[in-house]
Design a protein around this ligand. Structure first.
Ligand code: ARG
Length: 281
């Protein structure tokens, strides 16, 4: 998008700093919408497989252009949602937690991602309760914000705290359109987030206000195109292009918004962040 630089406003923008990241992604080779496990999915809507791949390649190329490392995890036939790599688990502090999916259609993904983690030299651990990886487990600085209500079980939050040694803040989601935390909240840097308040319980909202008084609150129009399903390196924020209001807010907060079109992947209920697993060292 083009944002006209306002010289006066420019001087008040907070300077932001990029930190280079390590991501893992799985190409949408076998992506289709053949079952419906969230309200975005409609099995009667055709998916353009070539367009999905081109859009995904553009996302990967965007990260590479920004200087980030992108590892590829091989796709597996019959696992159409494997493109949503964020759900694979959470690798942090030398611990690799592998996802424990809620829906049977996705169980095979845990096997594939556990094998990939093992290849990288990790000893992947599973939780006893449902955890959908970085769909619901978002690292902000030294803490983890953890979603629940639709997918990840609150008992898994306690397991994750034990496994990682990090404080975990549970946040309950209430709107099925925002079934994973990463559909309703994005982490912009180690102390800054953006979120859509109506997706959360009153209690969760109060927690977020207390922890992040300067958070960016996005409008429904941006939330409903999954605008918050974004990936930030601390400066550049790669986000679904349709979220133009969010892009303006990011710009005014000093970030550099980069819109990408992932319309085909949106048919499965995911966008930028869903397709991106950040690997923390
Ligand atoms: N179809 C997938 C599901 O419903 C989409 C997952 C999106 N991933 C995410 N990190 N929000 O499970």
């Amino acid at each position: 998008m083009t944002i006209s630089p306002d010289v006066a406003a420019e001087s008040t923008r907070t300077p932001r700093t990029q930190r280079l990241r390590h991501y893992a992604m799985t190409p949408p080779t076998y992506f289709t919408v053949e079952y419906a496990i969230n309200p975005w999915m409609d099995t009667s809507t055709p998916v353009d497989a070539r367009l999905a791949l081109a859009q995904w390649e553009n996302l990967r190329d965007t990260y590479v252009r920004l200087g980030h490392t992108v590892d590829l995890v091989a796709p597996v036939a019959g696992l159409p949602d494997m493109v949503y790599a964020a759900n694979a688990g959470l690798i942090i502090n030398g611990t690799a937690v592998v996802a424990q999916f809620k829906h049977a259609e996705r169980y095979g993904e845990s096997v594939a991602y556990a094998a990939w983690m093992a290849e990288r030299g990790h000893d992947p651990v599973a939780t006893r309760h449902v955890n959908e990886g970085q769909g619901d487990l978002l690292v902000v600085g030294s803490m983890i914000l953890a979603g629940t209500g639709f997918r990840t079980h609150p008992h898994a939050h306690a397991e994750i705290a034990d496994l990682t040694g990090m404080p975990v803040i549970s946040l309950e989601l209430v709107d099925p359109r925002f079934y994973h935390l990463d559909t309703a909240l994005s982490v912009l840097d180690d102390s800054t987030i953006a979120y859509y308040p109506p997706a959360f319980t009153d209690h969760a909202r109060a927690q977020l206000r207390r922890l992040f008084p300067d958070a960016i609150e996005v409008a429904s129009t941006d939330a409903y195109v999954l605008g918050l399903n974004a990936v930030s390196d601390g400066k550049h924020v790669v986000h679904p292009a349709q979220a133009t209001g969010f892009a303006e807010q990011l710009y005014h907060a000093g970030f550099h918004p980069i819109g990408v079109d992932l319309s085909e992947l949106l048919k499965g209920g995911g966008s930028v962040k869903c397709c991106t697993l950040e690997v923390f060292s």
